[in-house]
Ligand binder design. Structure first.
Ligand code: IPE
Ligand code: IPE
Ligand code: MG
Length: 258
């Protein structure tokens, strides 16, 4: 049996998990690469390099657990403020990952997607992304979505611009604008909202990630740095999520029927 086989109900139960309470969409703010490296007296880039191993482990684990979509915050639109050397190395790592991971994405039957302002990225990176999007388009497994040069405020501004253009063209009127008019024009159009947002490295902030989409997401912050985040940490997040009482502004199940 290949190692990426989906877990059975019994295996899930052994992890303290129930298939009915596995989130449909998990989004992760992968943070703490630099601090992980600094703590070991290593250059920051070693943390990023090691972080790629965490990505591989967590993609496979999420898929085996039956998560429908995993969105990974890889590079924010504000991360261009980093030193040029770090930026060069980060972009190099991203390109390597895209090239090396294509076979693995196919082997696991994942659907690959990307969100972010891609036109600002090296054309070679854009080409590698598109290749993986194309070859994986008909896969039926988990959707793996990378957020690269992504910023939620920029995404919302872009959606508003599109709406403005449609109004100017006469194909939309202001009173026709609903929540879905906006949601459909975001980069995540057609994707379910995240049920769970995980942030590593103890930061209790959102850092311009999926602002519209996380209105009712459950948040879980861990003190683990991303390079040390592994399968058991992800399963712990799943167990914590399963305990949450999601009310969406209403009442919980027991109160509703009381
Ligand atoms: C997250 O790790 C990766 C990116 C933002 C690209 P950091 O590089 O932010 O690591 P810390 O927060 O400095 O430890
Ligand atoms: C958020 O981490 C972005 C990514 C993980 C890609 P940052 O390290 O950039 O966030 P701040 O600067 O601490 O808010
Ligand atoms: Mg950081």
């Amino acid at each position: 049996m290949s190692k990426e086989t989906p877990y059975t109900d019994q295996e899930l139960a052994a992890f303290g998990l129930d298939r009915a309470r596995i989130p449909r969409h998990v989004a992760i703010i992968m943070d703490g690469n630099g601090r992980w490296a600094q703590k070991r007296g290593l250059p920051r880039i070693e943390g990023h390099r090691r972080g790629v191993t965490s990505v591989r482990c967590i993609v496979e684990e999420a898929s085996r657990l039956g998560v429908g979509q995993l969105t990974l915050y890889c590079f924010s639109s504000e991360n261009w403020k980093r030193p040029p050397r770090e930026l060069t190395l980060l972009m190099h790592l991203l390109k390597q990952y895209l090239i090396e991971e294509r076979r693995e994405i196919q082997r696991q039957g994942l659907r690959f997607r990307v969100i972010g302002t891609l036109s600002a990225l090296d054309p070679m990176i854009q080409t590698e992304m598109q290749k993986t999007i194309d070859v994986s388009a008909n896969n039926t497994g988990m959707t793996l979505c990378l957020a690269v040069n992504y910023g939620a405020r920029q995404e919302i501004a872009e959606a508003v611009r599109k709406i403005g253009q449609e109004i100017a063209a006469g194909t939309l009127t202001p009173d026709q604008i609903t929540e879905s008019t906006i949601a459909d024009r975001l980069m995540t159009g057609g994707m379910p909202d995240p049920d769970l947002v995980i942030r590593t490295a103890s930061e209790f902030r959102v850092s311009n990630f999926l602002l519209w989409q996380i209105s009712y997401s459950e948040l879980w912050v861990t003190d683990r740095f991303w390079p040390e985040f592994r399968e058991e940490d992800f399963r712990l997040a799943m167990r914590e999520f399963a305990k949450r009482d999601r009310r969406f502004g209403g009442l919980s199940g027991a109160e509703k029927s009381a």
